[in-house]
Design a protein around this ligand. Structure first.
Ligand code: SN0
Length: 374
C-alpha cells in the first residue's frame, strides 16, 4: 500500500476487517516489520486521537515515530508556487517535503480543508504535493476531503456491534468486549448473516445525521463515512441474507448541506431527520459546513444561525424512534450541540470503543505500508 486515501486503497473490506481482528488479538506480533523504520506524522491542524492512536499503532509495529506540528515551532510553509515570499512564510512546501521525506520511511499528513477555494480543497492540493514530492508512502490523517483512518475505525466498530445474538458461531473471544456494547459473535472476521429477530434478508439501517455546530467544519468525516458505508454495503455480507444490500444507508441533513456525489453516490438522502431515524440501528452524528454542491457560492459556510437549528441536536426524542440504535461520533464532540449528555453517556453510545479502534485502523494501514516497503 503506497497511498491510504480512499476505501479502494484498502482493497477487500472483509479481509481488512479480519486483519483488524488479528491486530486486536495480538497487536505486538509484527514488531520485526517496523524495526529501524521511521514514521513521520505531520500535523497542520490540531489532533488528539489521530496523533495518539497513530503513534501507538506505529509503536506496536516496532517503528520509530517523529511527530511534527507545523504550526508550533516549524517554519511557516508556503504552499503556492510563484508567490514572492516576503510575508510570514519562511519555507516552501516544495523544499520542506523532500527534506522531511529524507528522514523517514512512511509519512502521515493532517491538513484540513482551508475553505478558500473549493477546487483546491477537493483537488487535495496539499496532500497531492506530499504524494508527488516525497517518494514515500503517504497516508491521510484527515485531509481537505477525507478522513479514512476514522472511517475504517467506524466500520470496524459497526462490524463489532452488529445486532445479533443467536449466532451458531458465537464465542467468548468476541470481536468486541468493550463495556456497554453488545457481545458479538466469535472469532470470525465478519458478523454472521442475519440479525437476531430481524428475519431473513433483514437489512441494517445506518444513518448519518448532520447536527448543529457554531463553527464551519470540514466535510472530510462525513465524506469518508459515506464512502466506506456505501462500499461496505456493496461488498460485505454484513447482516444480510438472500441477496440485496445488507446496509440501508441514509443521510439526513438540512437542505444545502448535500455532500459531494463522488462520496455519496448510491446513498439515500432524507431531509426529515425524524423519518431518517425511524428503525435505525446505528446513528452517526457529525456537523459539516456547506459542501458547495447545490450552493456553490456558499462553500465552507455555516448556512443558518445554529440557534435556529438546535432541533437537529441528537437527543432522546430522535433516539426513541430508532431500533435502540447505537450512537457514534468521531470526536471531538460538542455536547448539547451535536448530541445531548444523556445520549452520549447512554448505554448505546459507542464513542469510546470507536475511538479505541483508531489504533487498530492505523495499525492495519501502517502494517500494510511496511509490508510494501520490504
Ligand atoms: C474536525 C472536523 O473535521 O470536523 C476534526 C474531526 C475529527 N473537527 C473540528 O475541527 C472540531 C473543532 C471544534 O471546535 O469543535
Amino acid at each position: 500500500m503506497k497511498i491510504f486515501q480512499h476505501v479502494t486503497d484498502i482493497g477487500d473490506l472483509g479481509k481488512a476487517l479480519a486483519e483488524a481482528q488479528e491486530v486486536k488479538r495480538d497487536r505486538f506480533q509484527w514488531q520485526h516489520l517496523g524495526r529501524n523504520k521511521t514514521a513521520l506524522l505531520i500535523f497542520f491542524n490540531n489532533s488528539l486521537r489521530t496523533r495518539l492512536s497513530t503513534q501507538k499503532a506505529a509503536m506496536n509495529l516496532g517503528m520509530n515515530v517523529i511527530v511534527l506540528d507545523v504550526n508550533q515551532g516549524a517554519w511557516k510553509l508556503e504552499t503556492e508556487r510563484g508567490v514572492i515570499m516576503d510575508g510570514d512564510k519562511s519555507e516552501h512546501l516544495l523544499e520542506a517535503i523532500p527534506v522531511m521525506a529524507s528522514y523517514c520511511d512512511i509519512i502521515g499528513v493532517r491538513s484540513f480543508a482551508r475553505f478558500e477555494s473549493r477546487e483546491d480543497d477537493y483537488e487535495e492540493k496539499i496532500l497531492n504535493q506530499f504524494i508527488r514530492y516525497s517518494g514515500r508512502p503517504v497516508f491521510f490523517m484527515e485531509s481537505a476531503t477525507v478522513h479514512p483512518l476514522q472511517a475504517f475505525a467506524d466500520l470496524i466498530t459497526i462490524a463489532e456491534n452488529w445486532p445479533l445474538s443467536n449466532s451458531p458461531r458465537g464465542g467468548e473471544d468476541s470481536l468486541s468486549s468493550e463495556k456497554g456494547t453488545k457481545k458479538t459473535s466469535g472469532n470470525e472476521a465478519l458478523p454472521p448473516t442475519g440479525g437476531a429477530g430481524r428475519g431473513a434478508g433483514a437489512t441494517l439501517k445506518v444513518v448519518l445525521t448532520w447536527a448543529p455546530h457554531p463553527k464551519a467544519l470540514p466535510q472530510a468525516v462525513p465524506n469518508s463515512f459515506a464512502e466506506w458505508m456505501i462500499a461496505a454495503s456493496q461488498s460485505l455480507p454484513l447482516g444480510g441474507v438472500g441477496g440485496g444490500s445488507p446496509i440501508d444507508f441514509v443521510i439526513t441533513h438540512p437542505e444545502g448541506y448535500e455532500l459531494d456525489p463522488q462520496f455519496v453516490k448510491g446513498a439515500r438522502v432524507e431531509y426529515d431527520q425524524m423519518k431518517a431515524f425511524e428503525g435505525a440501528d446505528f446513528v452517526y452524528a457529525k456537523n459539516w459546513s456547506c459542501p458547495g454542491v447545490t450552493r456553490p457560492e456558499d462553500y465552507g459556510k455555516v448556512l443558518h444561525d445554529y440557534h435556529t437549528m438546535m432541533d437537529w441536536c441528537v437527543s432522546a426524542r430522535q433516539m426513541a424512534v430508532t431500533n435502540d440504535a447505537h450512537f457514534m461520533h468521531c470526536l471531538p464532540v460538542r455536547r448539547n450541540m451535536i448530541v445531548t449528555d444523556d445520549v452520549i453517556e447512554g448505554p448505546r453510545s459507542l464513542v469510546i470503543p470507536e475511538a479505541a479502534n483508531r489504533e487498530i485502523s492505523a495499525q492495519v494501514v501502517l502494517k500494510r505500508m511496511l509490508e510494501s516497503l520490504n
